[in-house]
Design a protein around this ligand. Structure first.
Ligand SMILES: C[S@@+](CC[C@H](N)C(=O)[O-])C[C@H]1O[C@@H](n2cnc3c(N)ncnc32)[C@H](O)[C@@H]1O
Length: 261
């Protein structure tokens, strides 16, 4: 699948979830709030929320900074954000690979749980560095390898298809943030284990977040009944004594500074 088609499908998948997203976004809220202590304290700044989604964190940024831009590839996400958030925010429907802003025009780029959707990731990081002013900060969170390991291994018992997106390892992400014009100032890895009543609960949550598009999946549409039953049976090996189904999310967050040329 071409990168353009893939991004169109990601946008469509998130777009279809714009009205259900906020009620399901427990991981996203946790990770986004976790980035707050890293935000600069000055308020005369221009901030960009990259992959703003429904704009929950864009609005928080707008209560701190003079000028705030929320950018997302999904028209529906942006429409939801426009209808529900502070009217002072400037919204941009655009791709993180081609940010429609001038070089060195932004003091802060905040991005919560968006860059795991970007492959190849280095091009997006270069684009972030292009729009940041020297001395500007990129504050981000993402998901790395090991995320949804239970779901991945349960599906691996059923077929060879890909049912969970590829998350890159921390060892591949870190070098992207250290270069001639950038430096990783601070980083943190956290395992977050969310609890589900059953596997259907997990699948429904992913769908209502718009996070169910898997670019490299061969088979089209939903799994057949037999495959689904086999997978859920296999997932039971992770069942906790309390009857809860866990799902692991490996979050990696950090602060990168753009160095002067
Ligand atoms: C998991 S949501 C996170 C939304 C928001 N940051 C939050 O914390 O709730 C990921 C968002 O990234 C957007 N996105 C994915 N790929 C993108 C791209 N290439 N350019 C811009 N936005 C993108 C999706 O449309 C979606 O709204």
């Amino acid at each position: 699948m071409s990168e353009k088609t893939n991004r169109f499908k990601i946008a469509r998948s998130f777009g279809s979830a714009s009205s259900s997203y906020d009620t399901s976004a427990r991981l996203q809220r946790y990770c986004g709030k976790h980035l707050m202590p890293w935000l600069p304290n000055r308020n005369d700044l221009t901030a960009l929320d990259l992959g703003a989604g429904t704009g929950f964190f864009t609005e928080l940024l707008s209560s701190r900074y003079q000028q705030v831009i929320g950018l997302d590839i999904s028209k529906n996400m942006l429409q939801f954000a426009k209808d529900n958030r502070n009217s002072s925010i400037h919204w941009l429907e655009a791709d993180a690979y081609k940010i429609p802003l001038q070089d060195s025009s932004v003091d802060l780029v905040y991005s919560n749980l968006m860059i795991q959707w970007c492959d190849p990731l280095d091009l997006v990081i270069n684009e972030v560095m292009r729009v940041l002013k020297p001395g500007g900060l990129f504050v981000f969170s993402t998901l790395i390898d090991g995320t949804l390991i239970e779901l991945k291994s349960a599906w691996a018992q059923v077929d060879n298809d890909q049912h969970v997106i590829d998350f890159i390892p921390e060892s591949e992400i870190r070098p992207l943030f250290d270069g001639t014009n950038r430096k990783l100032l601070n980083a943190k890895q956290q395992d977050i284990v969310l609890e589900y009543e059953n596997v259907l609960h997990l699948a429904r949550e992913l769908k209502s977040l718009g996070a169910s598009h898997v670019p490299k999946k061969q088979g089209k549409g939903l799994a057949g009944k037999d495959q689904w039953q086999k997978m859920t049976k296999s997932y039971q090996s992770f069942l906790e004594p309390s009857g809860i189904y866990p799902a692991t999310y490996k979050a990696f967050s950090g602060v990168v500074v753009k160095l002067s040329d």
